[in-house]
Design a protein around this ligand. Structure first.
Ligand code: GLN
Length: 542
């Protein structure tokens, strides 16, 4: 079948959850047996979000092919179970870079290079390239930003042209917001009408509306929206706040969003999507009563999206263990020897987060020492793993000033050091060790047991590494290097086997945990946290 294209645009305000709606549509179409991919266009000028700090756009997600991507790609993978690549996330910066490179090569043969047609053609090429590469049945393209933003104008122009060229093989799903005005006790549709008008002004007639709302919108209001916006009434759907984002596909299916898309794109279909496994996951989530509490120690804890993939990986693992997950976000900047007991005593397990720079690292060492001494299941990820190594060196190996050269370039014990190939790097963008690399695990270790295999591949995003010169000293003192890259022998996993669960990974397992395939290490960590909780309860009762 010819590829169908679904464009997801947003109006009124940002943060309405275009990523979740795109992911939900993908989930429903996949569950009907179609092949699907999702792509995000980000209107900012950065080439990728790799150079942005989490205050700007939350977590930076990493694809297997080493692209630093928008966190929505994490949602896409978690919902669809399909790996994304560099081609799934394109920014204005990248579009321009590619056009400018072509201009310098002389590809435009003396023409004046302009936004229309050159930039818009490049955008259209990126949409179609993705479709042609794998012959997908559906390509869902999420346009970042809000209709009316100057930055997103070229993307919308490309959508307009594609809609014109491809006819009904192309639909536009527009997500808007219907606010509830408490004082008037009314849901207001005017912002939606305005944002649809704005889309129409740039020549795009939305085919389907998804109204984000905190309260259920009565049918009479949907009819009114339909009338004002030239959209058929059954294509005016709503996305009401719900307890978990993973319910959104079901909520949208209940309103036949998938059927409407299939009909509007002239796609033959029959029956219902197979959501058995998805529903099972949600049942586990709804029926879980017992709680497992995990402390997340990091410097961006006040930011909702900074540790998105870790949050979701923990939730997935807890759900499969029939537990309600409670995450306590603990600011590593505020953690010290005086308050660590009070902060961590109730944690069943602790995660020490990834990160860059020295801010908050001393608090991470405090947390790690406390967890190690109190034998709390502890999971260090990337910088968290590096901090595990440093803390162990300081406290167990007697190297009081041990550090990473990232945090203290003059440390006498550089147990974490800049990777050799990083030493000549001057550009900051896209130059880390990025993407999936192989790792060989030592048999008989907790990690090997968790994975159920010795050869794995995991995604990375770092410049510093475990300094191999100290390997023997760590091993002798009880911290084992249990996973390494088979080619470079870079240490990827450390484990203290005498502890219940004290493991650090140089890689980021959180990028590859999905609803249907929870990550084995998170599964194992949560299992250890649950066991630890039981131990604590048993000792209390004695
Ligand atoms: N800052 C560390 C490094 O570059 C860790 C990076 C991370 O946690 N993602 O090696």
């Amino acid at each position: 079948m010819d590829t169908r294209y679904i464009f997801v645009t947003g109006g009124v305000v940002s943060s309405l959850g275009k990523g979740i709606i795109s992911s939900s549509i993908a989930r429903l179409l996949l569950s009907r047996g179609f092949s699907v991919t999702i792509q995000k266009f980000d209107p900012y000028i950065n080439i990728d979000p790799g150079t942005l700090n989490p205050y700007e756009h939350g977590e930076c997600y990493v694809t297997v092919d080493g692209h630093e991507a928008d966190l929505d790609l994490g949602h896409y993978e978690r919902f669809t179970n399909i790996k994304t690549t560099r081609a799934n996330n394109i920014t204005t910066g990248r579009v321009y870079q590619s056009v400018i490179d072509k201009e310098r090569r002389g590809d435009y043969l003396g023409k004046t290079v302009q936004i229309i047609p050159h930039i818009t053609d490049e955008i259209k090429r990126d949409v179609k390239l993705l479709a042609n590469k794998h012959k997908y049945d559906f390509v869902i393209t999420e346009i970042g930003g809000t209709v009316g933003d100057i930055e997103s104008t070229p993307f919308l122009e490309a959508v307009r042209q594609l809609k014109w060229e491809l006819g009904n093989r192309c639909v536009c799903v527009h997500l808007t917001y219907v606010p509830y005005i408490k004082a008037a006790k009314e849901l207001k549709t005017k912002p939606t009408q305005h944002s649809v008008k704005m889309l129409q002004q740039v020549g795009i007639q939305p085919d389907i509306l998804v109204l984000r709302t905190e309260k259920v919108i009565p049918q009479s209001i949907c009819r009114k929206v339909a009338q004002f916006c030239n959209v058929s009434v059954e294509a005016v759907t709503q996305s009401v706040d719900c307890p978990t984002i993973y319910e959104v596909p079901l909520m949208m299916h209940a309103q036949k969003l998938d059927n409407i898309i299939l009909e509007k794109t002239g796609t033959p279909y029959s029956g219902e999507p197979d959501l058995v496994k998805w529903n099972k996951f949600l049942d586990h989530m709804k029926n879980a009563t017992e709680v497992v509490t995990v402390g997340l120690v990091g410097k961006y804890v006040e930011l909702q999206d900074a540790y998105k993939s870790i949050d979701e990986s923990l939730l997935q693992a807890a759900t499969y263990h029939d537990r309600k997950l409670q995450i306590k976000y603990i600011s590593s900047e505020k953690l010290n020897d005086g308050n660590v007991e009070e902060q961590l005593a109730d944690m069943d397990g602790v995660i020490v987060a990834p990160g860059f720079g020295v801010r908050g690292t001393e608090g991470k060492f405090v947390a790690l020492k406390w967890c190690r001494e109190h034998d709390v299941p502890t999971f260090g990820i990337c910088l968290g793993m590096q901090c595990m190594v440093i803390e162990y060196a300081r406290d167990v190996l007697g190297m009081a000033e041990a550090n990473s050269t990232e945090l203290d370039p003059n440390t006498p014990y550089n147990v974490i050091d800049l990777m050799e190939e990083q030493k000549s790097v001057t550009n900051m963008g896209g130059t880390m060790r990025l993407g999936a690399y192989a790792c060989h695990l030592q048999p008989g270790t907790k990690v090997a047991q968790a994975y159920g295999t010795l050869d794995i591949e995991e995604r990375h995003r770092h410049r510093f590494e475990f300094n191999d010169e100290y390997r023997q000293q760590f091993e002798d003192a009880g911290m084992k290097c249990v996973g390494e890259n088979p080619d470079t022998h870079l240490v990827e996993v450390v484990e203290v086997p005498s502890k219940k669960w004290y493991i650090g990974t140089q890689y980021h397992p959180e990028y590859s945990s999905t609803v249907l395939n929870p990550h084995p290490l998170f599964m194992s960590f949560i299992e250890a946290a649950i066991a630890n909780k039981k131990d604590k309860e048993a000792t209390k009762q004695q």
